[in-house]
Ligand binder design. Sequence first.
Ligand SMILES: [Zn+2]
Ligand SMILES: [Zn+2]
Length: 156
Amino acid sequence: MTSTSTTRAAGESPRPGSEQQLRDMLRGYGLRRTAQRLAVLHLLTEEHGRHLITAEIHERLVDSGTDVDLATVYRTITTLLNLGILHATAHPEQATSYGLAAESHHHAVCTRCGSVTELAPGALQGTLEVAQRATDFQVRDSVITIHGLCVDCQAA
Ligand SMILES: [Zn+2]
Ligand SMILES: [Zn+2]
């Protein structure tokens, strides 16, 4: 079963992470499509599978030619976070990092460098089923976080 749009020919639907798709998403949330919001979303989409801390997001935006200061990046992230477009991973000894919340996923957090790698939901499906049976919970949504050393830190 495929859904087709009447206004777009096959193959022309917005590519995930494309300018058009990001604009549509912001419009869907009733947000003004500021350059900064688009730039933050674009960056995190390009980084698929990774979370970034505020300073990294700022640095990469500046590197790619976006004229934005750290305070604006901070405000932009807060706005997107409050709407549930982004979500945060906190670690007691690391700065909070942010990623797209669009597709559900789990997190593997490195306890040394703080990097966050996303895991596809299917990867921990068995764990969820065990948790569900053990608690009699009807699981609706979950983000499981595992802690350890990332590949780079294992090699260091
Ligand atoms: Zn995430
Ligand atoms: Zn690491």
